[in-house]
Design a protein around this ligand. Sequence first.
Ligand SMILES: Nc1nc2c(ncn2[C@@H]2O[C@H](COP(=O)(O)OP(=O)(O)OP(=O)(O)O)[C@@H](O)[C@H]2O)c(=O)[nH]1
Ligand SMILES: [Mg+2]
Length: 389
Amino acid sequence: MGSDFPTCAVQLTPVGRAAVAVVRVVGSGALDIVQQSFHSASGKDLAEFPAGRICYGRWAGMAGEDVIVTRLIDSAQVDIHCHGGSAAVKAILRRLADSGCELIDWQDSLSTTHPDPFQAAAARALAVAATTKTARILLDQFHDALGRSVQAILMALEKHATSVALEQLKQLLRFSDLGLHLTTPWRVVLTGLPNVGKSSLINALVGFERAIVGAKPGTTRDVVTAETAVNGWPIELADTAGVRYFVDPLEREGVRRAKRSRQHADLVVAVTDATENVVPEDLLEGNRGERDVLVVVNKIDLLTPERRSVVEEATPDRYVTSAVTGVGIEALLVAIQTSLVPIEPTPGAAVPFATDQVQQLLSAEQLVLGGQSAEASKLLRSMLSAKES
Ligand SMILES: Nc1nc2c(ncn2[C@@H]2O[C@H](COP(=O)(O)OP(=O)(O)OP(=O)(O)O)[C@@H](O)[C@H]2O)c(=O)[nH]1
Ligand SMILES: [Mg+2]
């Protein structure tokens, strides 16, 4: 048996109940190791079957469990298809480990099958992409959009075209916030006084009943979240307890959590009640800063048309809605989307999508700005060739 690189076993199918699970054994010793435990129904050795042929048989130590084994690429890649329950997978992996296989998880296995670090990272990210739109952008990176862009920056640096390199870095970093949200939804937190209609708005925005609505102020006592997609962008909407200073300890705890939730928001939607005419400026305190705040005037259906016109004219920068009739909900969704994704990458555009990539690109930018182009080149080169741990 050769020993060019350690033979590894990885469960390819997700952990959990399923009809069939697949364990892949990769490495120069794959065939030898699998042969130690697999007994084909025909009695022939696995090595006698041509690559790609399906072999039916039994796995040693698993009474009554049939498995199918396929040798994929010569002898270096063998797939074992077994019953989808976790017991069968565990038994197979245990024997493979006893025979000298290194057990790795599927994320690590991608570094073996995709030596290009951006491709391996994109494959991992693709597995958790929540929408077609985010998957499409990640697929572009899998097909080397980011790699080509980093190469282009390197070439510019090598030609001492510093301003070109800086411009390219700037273009790339424009998409870093978007890139990091391809695998984690943007967090939009609704805040406001009790009873203004925050929970009703969440339900209207997601299009189904998620948050509990009540006529009595203080209905929401904790942070309730709902995941949705706005124009293909994954967004988590967080409903919070109405902010007021009450004695009820349960409510006070809800308000405390609401505050903490706002601190972790990408966007805050401050909701007011059209009939109350209260602008919760104090609520906006501490919300502004890095993130945007959209101010919504809700329950507009309760106003007379004349009063409504007055409100709309007086507050052109606010979004007028009715969670009951649906007025203004579409416009609010568009405003949320525009605030979170001001520029959408064109198909095939390079987008950094992992924290380490963004950090390294920022460092490279700083190095170039500081006149250390050679150091920046070194860093960019390491991004292209780094073997991920
Ligand atoms: N007419 C009208 N009623 C609304 C609207 N939005 C909410 N309501 C009503 O206002 C009341 C309070 O709504 P909620 O959505 O529970 O308000 P909230 O801001 O989540 O309240 P807390 O959880 O107590 O902070 C309920 O009776 C809703 O049906 C609206 O746009 N128009
Ligand atoms: Mg509520």
